[in-house]
Design a protein around this ligand. Structure first.
Ligand SMILES: Cc1cc2nc3c(=O)[nH]c(=O)nc-3n(C[C@H](O)[C@H](O)[C@H](O)COP(=O)(O)OP(=O)(O)OC[C@H]3O[C@@H](n4cnc5c(N)ncnc54)[C@H](O)[C@@H]3O)c2cc1C
Length: 417
């Protein structure tokens, strides 16, 4: 394909952020192209059919803060059914290995931890004196490893790498819905009407001249304005380079690394023996464990979730390590006959994905302010979006979408100025 050149606006990356930016620019009168390295749109939003009748979101699956989530309205417009079943995260089906009284004790410890961290963050806001969230674990509390396991799912890393100011800035309205045909499928459908160049990997953004020159695997093009939406790890490692260099952006990206979360999908024989939308935590009293969603949407399968350093360890162990770990944990909880009833179907490996290199961003202690630094435009010509630039909905698809619209509005304001 030959690239259009020159264009008014080039958007780098066709994930939730880039596609939302393209939509927001649709009636602006500006010529727009979205440059995407992959052969598909969606980025970290990606639905596959793991088997006939089994929808699997390898990336985002939950419409978090659904009452403030742009993709709820978009789903309605595009005729994607929303499922409002409450998430089973605080349950343990059959009380397996984790009886109700223990769960209640865990939830008390968890809530107390969040309470301490929130209080500390509120006190620290005026001075900006940031700390690691792990400082607010109660020394010696028996639930600390499990609280850390939860952090590995939520933040993609353990609490010692999480800023309390950033954790406090996250806005969670506690309403979590799902898209029956897949969140990734919804975002791909949303992208279908955008002007796209696929298989187009950007390596250099040269903003030394009057026009911005963009070097890609499909050749070079020039643009008046550029919106950059690639994940932070790619900016930090300078896989997308700027000329002249932008050290403040590279530094900000280093402060906002992508943590790791991975999923595995297992086919389930004799599904009726397990509850629809049930849940199992693989273990208690340790951080290295999976969390299992039983029969999501009533499908004949179990979806496993792993985070942080344990997810990294299992990715390094090679294909099928997630499935083997999941089957061991599930069999230990609900019976050895599940070894024969479960069959691996698919898994994600986000840290090995060259165009993501991780799952979602967290701010390192001392770096909560870097989201605003990363989001700030440069010279009225370079604009930045992507989940890591969202002030309150970072790490999510809707936060990425909001940031894309914000960057598009900045572009339109700059054009008018
Ligand atoms: C396992 C997992 C579970 C998740 N669960 C949820 C959830 O339940 N709910 C939720 O809201 N969020 C969830 N997320 C996070 C959510 O998927 C992301 O925050 C969101 O999709 C990020 O969108 P983005 O546009 O910022 O980045 P991306 O989707 O990463 O888009 C950036 C795009 O840039 C492209 N790109 C990279 N390098 C180049 C280059 N050199 N040239 C051109 N293009 C390039 C990439 O291919 C990609 O398409 C999850 C993520 C993972 C991995």
């Amino acid at each position: 394909m030959s690239l259009p050149s020159p264009v008014d606006v080039a958007i780098i990356g066709a994930g939730a952020a880039g596609l939302s930016a393209a939509h927001a620019l649709q009636n602006s009168g500006l010529s727009v192209i979205v440059l995407e390295a992959r052969d598909r749109v969606g980025g970290r939003a990606h639905t596959i059919m793991a088997a006939p009748g089994i929808t699997f979101d390898l990336g985002c699956g939950w419409l978090h803060s659904a009452d403030k989530n742009r993709f709820v309205g978009i789903a309605a417009q595009l005729n994607f059914e929303i499922d409002k079943t409450r998430p089973p995260w605080r349950e343990q089906s059959f009380d397996a290995g984790f009886p109700l009284a223990e769960r209640q004790d865990f939830v008390r410890a968890l809530d107390a931890f969040y309470g301490r961290a929130e209080q500390a963050a509120q006190k620290a806001i005026p001075s900006g004196q940031d700390e690691a969230a792990s400082d607010y674990l109660e020394p010696g509390n028996r639930w600390n490893p499990m609280i850390d396991a939860l952090s590995s799912y939520i933040n993609g890393c353990e609490l010692d790498a999480v800023s309390i100011l950033d954790m406090d800035a996250y806005e969670d309205t506690q309403i979590n819905w799902r898209v029956r045909r897949g969140y990734g499928a919804l975002i791909a459908a949303y992208g279908a009407s955008c002007p796209l160049a696929l298989n187009c990997e950007v390596s250099l953004i040269d903003h030394s001249g009057q026009q911005i020159r963009i070097e890609t695997s499909l050749g070079a093009l020039t643009a008046d304005k550029v919106i950059v939406t690639v994940p932070t790890n790619l900016i930090a490692d300078e896989l997308v380079r700027f000329h002249p260099a932008l050290p403040a952006k590279v530094d900000a990206a280093f402060g906002l690394p992508l943590g790791l979360a991975d999923k595995v999908m297992l086919a389930l024989d004799e599904p009726e023996a397990l509850p629809k939308d049930g849940n199992l935590r693989g273990a208690t009293m340790r951080t290295a464990m999976g969390s299992y969603h039983l029969r999501p949407f009533g499908q004949a399968c179990i979806e496993g979730y792993f985070g942080g350093s344990f997810a990294q360890e299992l990715e390094e162990a090679g294909p099928d390590a997630f499935a083997a770990q999941s089957i061991d944990e599930i069999a230990a909880l609900i019976g050895n006959d599940y070894r024969r009833k479960l069959k691996p179907l698919a898994e994600s490996r986000w840290s090995h994905d060259p165009f993501a290199r991780g799952s979602y961003s967290h701010a390192l202690p001392g770096h909560a302010g870097k989201r605003a630094v990363l989001a700030a435009p440069v010279d009225g010509r370079l604009f930045f979006a992507g989940e890591a630039t969202s002030p309150n909905f970072f790490s999510t698809a809707h936060g990425a979408g909001d940031s894309g619209e914000r960057a598009a509005k900045e572009v339109m304001a700059a054009v008018k100025a």
